[in-house]
Design a protein around this ligand. Sequence first.
Ligand code: SF4
Ligand code: SF4
Length: 91
Amino acid sequence: MLLDARRSEDQAKLKGGEDAVAWVKEEQCIGCDQCTIVCDDDAIELYDVPLASPILNIAVNRKAKILRNPCTGCQLCVLACPTDAILMIDR
Ligand code: SF4
Ligand code: SF4
């Protein structure tokens, strides 16, 4: 409950609109694809990175990247990201 309230406050403070653009914190991105599903403007691409884990036998992981020009600053990706990996920054 407290966390929900905190999250709502954070969302109310989000930058948005034409002066803002999304930005992915790569270290927090798990490549889950949720942001690309919600982005109506085709402004997010996933790219492969080597997975540096000695215990998991997976060659690559994926990370999201924002394409600045098509991004409209709508914030949908921020709300969809399960790991809070996306910020809104000044364009
Ligand atoms: S802010 Fe909107 S347009 Fe920009 S990447 Fe996120 S979902 Fe797409
Ligand atoms: S929703 Fe978040 S964790 Fe998932 S691919 Fe997009 S930025 Fe990465």
